[in-house]
Design a protein around this ligand. Structure first.
Ligand SMILES: [Zn+2]
Length: 234
């Protein structure tokens, strides 16, 4: 009897360790099992890449205006369904010369899903991105940064890079000033910065973007797309 209890207890502990491991792996910013994953780039140039997740939404014109003011190019990871709702805004991003990436069709976590689901989510979105006129390589960013085995394997097979980030001020702070200070404290050459300006109604995200651009420009940084950043790797 005692032996049985012991075996059950051991099994529970092992399952716990495995599930913690799977959870850690699924949210890792720097590692996945298959394919290329980039979270920052080692470069001699004084450059950073701003990346915006989700949307497009009606916030796009305001975001583009700020980027233009600082002659900055950025990378937008768009959601397929949102491109269907806001095709004009998606086109504005493409026409302004920014990079567009794939953030799946419906922004579901891409773990514990079937291969058919993964293929549909990524391929439909790539097609929508092509329909709004984007012609360059399409990189991928997983919703909520989540990935395990099947999505990375699909991306590896199709030669699609996964782009993560090394600075995510939105995860730690709510006040624009705190977010800017955090970025300025931790930024380095080749940093990839994640921001979420698409659903913000307060103007706080625009303030953060403008603050980061102004302060980094003052320090001599320029702002490139992920593709440009990859080409500047040491
Ligand atoms: Zn997202």
């Amino acid at each position: 009897m005692r032996k049985r209890v012991l075996i059950i207890a051991m099994a529970i502990i092992i399952c716990g360790i495995i599930s913690i491991g799977v959870h850690q792996l699924s949210k890792s910013r720097t590692f996945q099992v298959f394919g290329e994953l980039i979270h920052q780039v080692d470069t001699n140039e004084k450059v950073v890449a701003l990346t915006f997740d989700d949307g497009p939404t009606e916030n796009v014109p305001d975001i583009l205006a700020i980027l233009e003011k600082y002659q900055a190019k950025a990378t937008f990871f768009l959601i397929g369904e949102e491109i269907i709702t806001h095709p004009d805004e998606a086109e504005l991003i493409v026409n302004a010369g920014h990079q567009v990436g794939n953030h799946t069709l419906t922004h579901k976590r891409m773990i514990f899903k079937t291969p058919a689901f993964i293929k549909h989510q990524i391929e439909e979105t790539n097609q929508l991105i092509r329909q709004v006129g984007y012609e360059d390589e399409i990189d991928y960013r997983p919703p909520n940064g989540k990935k395990l085995l099947l999505a990375p394997f699909y991306l590896y097979k199709h030669n699609i890079d996964t782009i993560m980030w090394n600075l995510e001020p939105d995860s730690y702070f709510t006040e624009p000033q705190e977010k800017m200070d955090y970025v300025m404290e931790h930024v380095s050459q080749g940093s990839i910065i994640l921001l979420h300006p698409m659903y913000d109604q307060t103007g706080g995200q625009l303030e953060v973007i403008e603050g980061i651009l102004a302060r980094l420009a003052e320090e001599g940084y320029s702002f490139v797309t992920i593709d440009e950043l990859k080409n500047l790797a040491r």
